[in-house]
Design a protein around this ligand. Structure first.
Ligand code: F6P
Length: 345
């Protein structure tokens, strides 16, 4: 009689993004084929652990999902350690531990962003065998150089910017496009450079609108037919308006240039992942299964110096990876005359 197979759980939590299913497939197929494990899918993030809602992930369910956007498990933004309506703060964590035991789980893979990895580190401290897999289009998770979802979002945003060039040129307009990035400006920076943005505003670089006006007026004086302004949604702004709408309104009002805005929104989170994200998500997922096999619990899969390894979850939780002050891509943009809203070119 062979020993009982190791039984592992997988969940996806937080904002969805292209590549999650590729990661689920990477964990699941490696666990089943290479390590002869049983795999349980937890439905809708951590709420599935509270509610004990699961699906058995067999090879059949895992096939055909590599290219599929979203997550076959569903997701939620439930923060089980955040007590609501005066409930006992240990109520949900204790329920999760109880269900983890009753489901016969010996490890749990948490695919998610900053909030998810924070919850994962707290569950690890409660004694569960946890492996984190970083996921977000924002690319802002501490400890890893890159997350899957980011390449696809940059691809979508860049394609949108490419399209804005032709309509801006036809009407001789300033086109403002707001892209996602709750805390960090990685999508704005990368799609702004890839899409030939003339002005790129990111949360990490405080901007002065006078410099933006001057840059746009200078382009107008040089008879440049149009300008493209790429705005990260997380920039400082005094109004409740969206960042893109606020910046467009200020440009219109203070330069007299005809200006329109596009809020790209959830398009950046939809559809099939790029090949790059499929590969990255697959590699992250497969490595998570290996960490379980090697019992390296309490860690998160990470890309460091171009090599996939792992970092302690405790180092990751609650932190955000922002664009560095000496970022080389920002420097190259400045050399080419891109305005980042501050006085240095
Ligand atoms: O974290 C990814 C992200 O898309 C952010 O870029 C964005 O600000 C946020 O999620 C939107 O959150 P929700 O999906 O809850 O509206």
């Amino acid at each position: 009689m062979g020993s009982r197979k190791m039984r592992i759980g997988i969940l996806s939590a937080g904002g969805d993004c292209p590549g999650i299913n590729a990661a689920i497939r990477g964990v699941g197929k490696t666990a089943i084929v290479e390590y002869d494990m049983d795999v349980v899918g937890i439905v809708n993030g951590f709420s599935g652990l509270v509610e004990k809602e699961t699906i058995d992930l067999n090879e059949q369910l895992l096939s055909g999902i590599l290219t599929l956007g979203g997550t076959i498990l569903g997701t939620s933004r439930l923060k089980p350690f955040k007590a609501v309506d005066g409930e006992d703060p240990q109520h949900k964590p204790d329920l999760i531990k109880k269900n983890y035991e009753e489901l016969g789980l010996e490890a749990l893979v948490c695919i998610g962003g900053n909030g998810t990895q924070k919850t994962a580190s707290l569950l690890a401290r409660e004694g569960l065998n946890i492996i984190g897999v970083p996921k977000t289009i924002d690319n802002d998770i501490w400890g890893t150089e890159v997350t899957f979802g980011f390449d696809t979002a940059v691809h979508i945003a860049t394609e949108a910017i490419d399209r804005l060039h032709t309509t801006a040129n036809s009407h001789k307009r300033v086109m403002v496009i707001e892209v996602m990035g709750h805390h960090a400006g990685w999508i704005a920076l990368y799609s702004g450079i890839a899409g030939g943005g003339d002005v790129i505003l990111v949360p990490e670089i405080p901007y002065n609108l006078d410099h933006v006006y001057e840059c746009l007026m200078e382009r107008s004086r040089k008879k440049k037919p149009y300008s493209i302004v790429v705005v990260g949604e997380g920039i400082e702004k005094p109004s409740k308006k969206s960042a893109g709408a606020y910046i467009a309104k200020q440009i219109r009002k203070n330069t007299g240039l005809e200006t329109r805005e596009t809020i790209l929104g959830y398009i950046q989170r939809g559809g099939s992942p790029t090949a790059t994200d499929r590969i990255l998500a697959t590699r992250f997922g497969a490595y998570a299964a290996r960490l379980i096999h090697e019992k390296q619990f309490g860690t998160m899969v990470a890309m460091r110096n171009g090599v996939i390894s792992s970092v302690p979850l405790d180092e990751v939780g609650g932190k955000v990876r922002l664009i560095e002050a000496d970022n080389k891509l920002v420097e190259k943009g400045r050399y080419m005359g891109v305005c980042f809203g501050d006085c240095r070119k």
